[in-house]
Design a protein around this ligand. Structure first.
Ligand SMILES: Nc1ncnc2c1ncn2[C@@H]1O[C@H](COP(=O)(O)OP(=O)(O)OP(=O)(O)O)[C@@H](O)[C@H]1O
Ligand SMILES: O=P(O)(O)OC[C@H]1O[C@H](OP(=O)(O)OP(=O)(O)O)[C@H](O)[C@@H]1O
Ligand SMILES: [Mg+2]
Length: 282
């Protein structure tokens, strides 16, 4: 039985459950459910606070967890990310009132409020800055207004929250985060099941990122056509009953599909079709 931690709320929760569902796993129907057994797939899901997931996985009580890279790094536990999931992308950034400090090297003697005190304390130390760090659980933007800190370090996606609080981002990102699968460092338990779980999630990423493209093209143009649709390894080229024509089948990134179809058409390809990929194992 594979035991997997899944975020029970916040920005990671819904996309994580959606991805697991797409990968063919049963997911809880109600937010109140804390544990869910998927007996068909021999997996048990534990719905936990995003911040606690690294702690459970690092302790070895659970085999895998889905969490944010920022939360993993802040926890300081002995767990590592083994797969990137491509959602909940964000950066951790410093912000302050406009017209005050402009760079981390000017933070000496100031107080930085953040929920990510582990990461921030390390970042300040790496830059040789002697600043205090105060931990707040959330809504850290308010810390400046209330005089608790001069600088904050917070999660930024669009920047709207900071702008609305009248704050300005300063310096380079402290780190770039996204949702990741984590595992205890050195853990080799349930290896076969872990690899199968990761392949399923990879399959979801492939299905989301690619479409299947089919088209017919004159045989003498096939080299030019497959240069436009190289596929992941090599496109399938099959003969057509009509001599002199071939059918080509290839995977194309979703965001390129329309442009590639136009270019194939201009080259002389016809019956160009794209279809969604439902699931994949590469
Ligand atoms: N607006 C956002 N866009 C993208 N990712 C985000 C956003 N807000 C948070 N995250 C990411 O989601 C993860 C968990 O943050 P989230 O805010 O959901 O939990 P939390 O703050 O610990 O819990 P809560 O806000 O419910 O108390 C982190 O990895 C964070 O980087
Ligand atoms: O750059 P933006 O697009 O504005 O997004 C970033 C905001 O989103 C998150 O807040 P959340 O909604 O999780 O509230 P929280 O402060 O309670 O964690 C995060 O903590 C930031 O405040
Ligand atoms: Mg939050």
């Amino acid at each position: 039985m594979l035991r997997i931690a899944v975020p029970n709320k916040g920005a990671l929760s819904e996309p994580a459950a959606a991805m697991l569902h797409e990968a063919g796993y049963r997911q809880r129907k109600e937010r109140r459910e804390l544990v869910m057994l998927d007996s068909d797939n021999q997996v048990e899901f534990f719905y936990l606070r995003p911040r606690d997931i690294a702690v459970y996985v690092g302790s070895g009580r659970l085999d895998l967890g889905i969490t944010g890279r920022d939360l993993l790094l802040d926890s300081g536990v002995k767990a590592e990310e083994i797969m990137q999931l491509g959602f909940a992308a964000s950066t951790l950034r410093y912000a302050t009132r406009p017209g005050t400090v402009r760079d981390v090297r000017e933070f000496g003697g100031l107080t930085v409020a953040t929920s990510f005190d582990g990461v921030v304390a390390r970042h300040l130390a790496e830059h040789g800055v002697d600043a205090s760090v105060v931990h707040l659980d959330g809504a850290v933007e308010t810390a400046i207004q209330l005089g608790v800190a001069e600088v904050i370090a917070d999660v930024v996606e669009t920047g709207t929250t900071l702008r609305n609080a009248g704050l300005e981002i300063i310096g380079e990102p402290i780190l770039r985060s996204e949702a990741v699968v984590i595992r205890r460092t050195g853990d080799t338990a349930e290896e076969t099941k872990v690899q199968q779980f990761l392949r399923r999630l990879q399959g979801v990423l492939v299905a989301r990122r690619y479409v299947m493209m089919d088209y017919d093209i004159r045989a003498e143009l096939v080299e030019k056509a497959v240069a436009l649709t190289p596929g992941l390894e090599s496109p399938t080229v099959s003969p057509l009953h009509d001599q002199g024509w071939v059918a080509v089948r290839s995977m194309v990134p979703v965001q390129d599909a329309q442009r590639v179809m136009d270019e194939l058409y201009d080259l002389g390809a016809r019956a160009i079709l794209t279809t969604g990929i439902h699931a994949a194992r590469l």
